[in-house]
Design a protein around this ligand. Structure first.
Ligand SMILES: [Fe+2]
Length: 438
């Protein structure tokens, strides 16, 4: 009897305690919401005299040049970069050469900024350099990059589909996952829609928040997507990056090519002047001597989604891809994953699935950000995914190109090897990992 009363009392006291705790939690929760004020984008992304948004690109030959761009506030009017071959101790710094950068003002939706650009030239092949940027008083940290080899030599790069939305909160883990798995990648390639609102300085700030530490040491290759357009190309694109000027007039830094250790990497701008680019593409493929041809552009010519077909682009560009035996096409836009078998234009024109003896290109659509569309799986696709963020690690090594796609959590999702065979189209060796049950 006494025991049961005590249990009853304890039960009452316990309930009261729980109630008090709940009230306290509820109160403190409400309290936090009442007092927390969101830091405005104007403050969160404000430039200072200290360099930020530092990004390596190639505007010239990766064997002998390396471009770097960065941002400051408008107080910085005499920007410089310093460079020296890297050493194992700090003595490289005393040997650094100082070079003057160029500056352009960019008036963004959050205010003005200065964007600076410097192209390090006359570098030695396959050499690790240390560099930093600043104004003489405010410097970046010393950073490394490595020049390319003049000859064909194995290298790895990362390919990412659209980042676009919730870039800081949701894209960060993917681009950083790629870096963890491929920290020695020669470059990261972004297939368009890096941001959602082309001229939003806050979104560009988020893009650099997520990947900025990577691109300070690992060059960026990027092609513009539709979300980099709003009444023309984003005002941020050209000040932010330093891509090559070897494309058609008016499309500089959006349509271009980079030769890297036996591969010709080509960015096409699927957003404008696509006919002009067709003839330019023919010219640069006709004179190409590199064994591997890798293309990137944003609008996929084999769409991964219903109602998003790009038949005009396919009709215009694919015959050129076929004629010059483009090996791999890396695309974005569809917010799902689809990787094709070897494709030639005849596959679609006749509805016959037999391969052309003359051509065979693998097409990929991928997505790295959190915006997700339903995938429309078709027989020509060897691997598809939806509701899955991915990154791809690609190694070009002699006659082999090894491709691996990983999910955001690092699971191998798709893999194949393309193998060059003299006088024939590539052999596609499927290495599909087992698919987890849906
Ligand atoms: Fe897009």
């Amino acid at each position: 009897m006494i025991l049961s009363m005590r249990r009853h009392e304890l039960g009452c006291r316990g309930n009261a305690l729980v109630l008090v705790l709940l009230l306290l939690v509820g109160t403190s929760h409400t309290h936090a919401n009442d007092t927390a004020v969101r830091v405005p984008d104007y403050t969160a992304h404000r430039p200072t005299a200290v360099p930020d948004r530092i990004v390596l690109c190639w505007s010239g030959n990766p064997v002998t040049t390396q471009a770097v761009n960065w941002r400051t506030d408008t107080s910085v009017v005499a920007p410089v970069g310093q460079i020296a071959p890297a050493s194992d101790g700090p003595e490289f710094a005393s040997q650094a050469k100082t070079l003057t950068a160029t500056t352009e003002r960019l008036d963004t939706d959050l205010g003005p900024a200065h964007y600076h650009s410097l192209n390090f030239k006359d570098l030695s092949p396959q050499t690790k350099y240390a560099y930093r940027v600043g104004d003489g008083n405010n410097w970046s940290e010393w950073l490394h990059f490595q020049t390319a080899n003049a000859e064909a030599k194995a290298f790895t790069f990362v390919y990412l589909g659209d980042a676009q939305n919730d870039i800081k909160s949701h894209w960060s883990r993917v681009v950083r996952g790629a870096y963890r798995d491929a920290s020695k990648a020669a470059f990261f390639l972004h297939a368009g829609d890096l941001v959602n609102v082309a001229n939003s300085d806050g979104e560009w700030g988020e893009w650099f928040y997520a990947s900025g530490f990577i691109h300070r040491s690992t060059p960026c290759v990027a092609t513009p997507g539709n979300h980099e357009y709003a009444d023309g190309l984003s005002r941020h694109w050209r000040p932010t990056f330093a891509f090559p000027l070897n494309g058609p007039e008016g499309l500089e830094e959006t349509a271009y090519y980079i030769d890297y250790q036996g591969s010709r990497i080509i960015s096409l701008n699927s957003m404008e002047h696509v006919e002009t680019q067709a003839s330019w593409l023919e010219t640069i493929l006709a004179e190409n001597k590199r064994p591997w041809i890798i293309l990137t552009f944003h609008y996929p010519i084999y769409s991964a989604s219903k109602g998003r077909d790009n038949s005009e682009l396919r009709a215009l560009w694919q015959p050129i891809f076929d004629r010059f035996k483009v090996d791999l096409v890396l695309q974005g836009h569809d917010h799902s994953y689809a990787r094709s078998k070897l494709m030639a234009h005849e596959n679609i024109a006749t509805g016959v699935t037999q391969r052309s003896k003359e051509a065979g290109t693998v097409y990929v659509v991928s997505v790295s950000g959190p915006k997700m569309y339903e995938v429309n799986a078709r027989p020509m696709m060897r691997r598809t995914a939806q509701n899955t963020q991915l990154y791809q690690i690609i190694t070009v090594d002699g006659d082999d190109l090894r491709y691996k796609a990983y999910t955001a959590t690092g699971k191998l999702y798709d893999a194949f090897t393309l193998r060059k065979r003299s006088g024939q189209i590539n052999e596609l060796v499927e290495q599909l990992p087992p698919k987890e049950p849906d």
